[in-house]
Design a binder for this molecule. Sequence first.
Ligand SMILES: [Zn+2]
Length: 219
Amino acid sequence: MCANGYRTPGEEGWIDVSVPLRSGMVHWPDNPPVRIERMLDMERGDVANVSTISLGSHTGTHMDAPIHFVRGGEGMDRMPLDATIGRARVIEIQDPVSIKPDELGPHEIGRGERILFKTRNSSLGWWTHDFIEDFVYVSQEAARYLADREVRTVGVDYLSVGGFWRDGVETHQALLGAGIWVIEGLDLSGVEPGEHELICLPLKVEDGDGAPARAILRR
Ligand SMILES: [Zn+2]
């Protein structure tokens, strides 16, 4: 961290906005647990370390493909690379409950934009805690607003774009049904609002409804 509280950028100014995957980490309540175990272990005399990794497709920093909520929709392997490589705008949200059209209005979001929402979720360090039910989510009204503006990509800083108690299905359907690619589980705590360059590449899972991703940003 530097004096202004933002993370010191690494090599070439890139900031890693993905969260670490580890055994026992938080996951969506009805999704599988995360297990990462050494199957071959040099400490036990094996010639190399090799792990088995078991996790749901919507764990940690990950992406949603349309087929997650849209019958017959595209899978993760069909994602156009320009959905997650290029300019992206980080918008800081003040609302402690949900992202609403009223707060988005002044930002004049335009067609084709990649928008990442930084909410109070990031400051919680959510990836080190148990599941939080009242995380800040994209309201279904805001999801339809973003779909109307034909944004390219939406990123959020918790495990789901929709809420736990409400708008879970509606928000996913509104975004994914409009062909918007969704990044979830970001850590935007060290990132200033404004224009950035984004690279986020999810694993190429055939017909995948979701896949873990590494995401990085540069001012
Ligand atoms: Zn999702």
